[in-house]
Design a protein around this ligand. Sequence first.
Ligand code: MG
Length: 390
Amino acid sequence: MKIKEIRHLSVPMTGNIANAVVNFSEHTISLVAVFTDQLRNGQAIYGLAFDSIGRFSQGGIIHERMIPRLLQTDPESLLNEDGSFDCSRVLRCLMRNEKPGGHGDRAAAAAALELAFWDINAKLRNEPAYQTIARAFGCEPARTGMPVYAAGGYYYPQDGVGRLKDELKHYVDLGYSAFKMKIGGTSLTEDMARIEAALAVAGNGSNLAVDANGRFNLQEATAYAKAISPLNLRWYEEIGDPLDFDLNRRIAEIYDGPVATGENLFSFVDARNLVRYGGMRRNRDIFQMDPGLSYGLTEFARILTMLEENGYGKPFIYPHGGHLINLHIVTALGLGGCEAYPGVFQPFGGYSTECRVADAKIHPGDSAGFGLEAKAELVPHIRKILEGYG
Ligand code: MG
């Protein structure tokens, strides 16, 4: 099998929403396509993927460093014995001559490309990616759907509390019964009013998580911990700076409910430092590393193994990024569940119509690969990146 061409398209995200730290109106995402010389039904097999949500598109790194490395490499050296791509070899190739450390934008760039090769592997077998991934890692894919919660509850420019309640009610209508909302973008008093309003829809605390997006210092984190403690919330997410493991540990020491973090840790080494120094409690706290931001599935699988070796179970792993790629990964590896962005982060957020949400669980569809082609909002961008090929 040969790699004939690799393309990158920077796709803007729609909407004007914000968390405590970031307004997403200027955000972009890297969509990549890797074309092979293999044919199926007369069509060239290609892999499609993107770098999750939240770190901007990575066209510079992808075009200047990573695509040339892949195209200069003998493709036979990237293959498994069965002729599929060995994605760990693909990642090694992408990272040639890169120094260790500094796991930022480069991790998202590599992830978009590495994940596209998983899409190819699934399309070679004409099966959904979760089946390919489960086989590769010796797992039995979940048959009954994966737990899913609706992530939203952002700060909108106008009408905070009323719009928040309407937003959550809309998610109820779509079949969701667990939710996550943002905190830390206003005063503690106003946030408590927002949380109470959300709880009126969610029913009780176990259905509602709150996310500070790394905004708090220790004093603020402590004040919020004390205020929300009686509500028994589902979890208290990304309390301080993602690399401030000491802050995470100190809050875990005084807050009985689950804490959640990890979406902004992009490497095995960073995740291991969280385990070593972050005070994460077994059978309680939640890990949220996102393959699309952290060098792809190869590195994510290393992180999973490390977590399990340290006594942290798969049911406590909920990758960040409510989208099709992570749904396939969560289903394949039997993780705790995934989030969904039913109303926001289009065209990448949420799922396609072939994914069913029922009883707070979601099933991936039957399309080959990650099924991105079946997501209507993505179709115009996919047409554009495939244009003239074949
Ligand atoms: Mg978060």
